[in-house]
Design a protein around this ligand. Structure first.
Ligand SMILES: [Zn+2]
Ligand SMILES: [Zn+2]
Length: 412
């Protein structure tokens, strides 16, 4: 049997977006993830060749966004957790809504999303499946609830990380290294380390305290999937009057249906019980009298957060605490760099305090090196990064490092 590994990225090799990776080995053709980049306009990966099996690491749109397109055109099955399938569907439906609002063509319909359900096979961490003689082991990726790494035990052992985080957060446990010959390592944070999580949480709560004690309100924009729930759990310990609005409410309830993917489901349940949930305009007005408003979207490109910012931005006692990375070109980036925000088409100055807290769900630079070393690979393929260079030298000390571009065929 041909035991060379043939690698081709359909997208996402050198950007944090639209990931798709095909691997051919031991007579098997596989696809890992098939996402989109939800920019203006959205961008998509190259068309996929005929496949034997598809693996989906997690629900974020840059990994899952084009699955319905693929599923409506092939019979190939997709292995992922049920939780990932359920959250992907919500994000895919939302991406259609956003594309329509912004006047971009949509790659698939709601009906195609629903029809693609039958393509999915539920797999869970620590399970093993045999696919045409290759043993596939599933491991938690520690990135968001339901996220997986895939280990293939064939002629050579391969690990595909998807997106990973190695630290334990309130929501989930960090990922553990897996011994392999060839490691496909995400490199989002190549060249950048995160602050210590415990210190960051303390700083976040201290700064909230400053705002609340001077009579202000904190708006904490947060990604709906995982960030919102992590922050809920952090805030629950501090006992503030917290108001939760946006898609994060629905996602929190879905997470609770899958307690096996959470580190402390009871703590999340309790945190959710202790906040005020906002479902109406009346609720939004009440939230303006609270202490913290936790809401979507995380990069301020839509969602209820804009309504709150519009109401609260003039008062210097208030604050907007961004809680995730702000991509170039987003409203959140504009706010962080220039203290300005695009509110329904008009760019306005913001007078309240603005701060950023790095609650990342990705392993940082040094953590990626440590993780890779512990996997003891002969070869490492880096992907999913705007700039993979900073990792090449440190990883080359113990493995051969590859940085293929999209559509380039690499055989190793
Ligand atoms: Zn992700
Ligand atoms: Zn990603």
């Amino acid at each position: 049997m041909d035991n060379k590994l043939k690698i081709r990225f359909l997208g996402g090799s050198s950007e944090v977006g639209r990931l798709g990776l095909t691997l051919e080995t031991d007579g098997l053709r596989m696809l890992f993830d098939y996402g989109l980049s939800p920019g203006k306009p959205p961008t998509y990966p190259l068309d996929a060749p005929p496949l034997d099996i598809i693996f989906l690491s997690h629900s974020h749109l840059d990994h899952s966004g084009m699955m319905p397109y693929l599923c409506s055109r092939t019979e190939t099955q997709v292995m992922t957790t049920n939780l990932t399938r359920e959250i992907s569907e919500i994000l895919q439906i939302d991406s259609i809504k956003v594309a329509k609002m912004e006047g971009y063509p949509v790659p698939y319909s709601k009906a195609e999303i629903r029809a693609s359900r039958s393509s999915y096979i539920d797999v869970e961490p620590s399970q093993i499946r045999d696919i045409a003689g290759t043993e596939v082991h599933f491991h938690s990726a520690g990135h968001i609830p339901g996220s997986l790494m895939f280990e293939l035990r064939g002629t050579r052992n391969i690990l595909f990380t998807g997106d990973i985080n190695v630290i334990n957060t309130h929501l989930i446990w960090g990922a553990h290294p897996v011994k392999c010959d060839i490691l496909f390592l995400e490199a989002t944070y190549a060249g950048r380390d995160h602050p210590d999580r415990g210190e960051l949480e303390k700083e976040f709560l201290d700064k909230i305290d400053e705002v609340v004690s001077r009579g202000g309100i904190v708006i904490a924009p947060a990604f709906a999937v995982a960030r919102t729930q992590e922050l809920l759990m952090i805030l629950d310990k501090a006992g503030y009057d917290v108001w939760l609005d946006g898609m994060g409410k629905k996602i929190a309830k879905i997470f609770l249906d899958y307690p096996q993917h959470l580190r402390a489901p009871n703590k999340l349940r309790k945190a959710l019980e202790n906040v005020n949930l906002v479902y109406s305009n009346h609720g939004r007005k009440l939230a303006l009298k609270g202490e913290i408003i936790l809401t979507t979207s995380g990069m301020l490109d839509g969602g209820p957060v804009l309504w709150y910012i519009n109401k609260l931005k003039e008062d210097k006692r208030n604050a907007i605490f961004l809680t995730g990375y702000q991509v170039e070109g987003t409203n959140g980036r504009l706010l962080l760099d220039k203290k300005k925000i695009d509110l329904y088409g008009v760019v306005e100055k913001v007078r309240c305090k603005v701060d950023y807290f790095d609650f990342s769900a990705h392993a940082g630079h040094s953590q990626l090196i440590e993780f890779a070393k512990a996997c003891e690979p002969e070869k490492i393929v880096l992907f999913h990064s705007d700039d993979r260079k900073p990792l090449i030298d440190p990883l080359s000390e113990f493995a051969e490092v590859y940085t293929p571009d999209d559509n380039e065929i690499l055989e190793i």
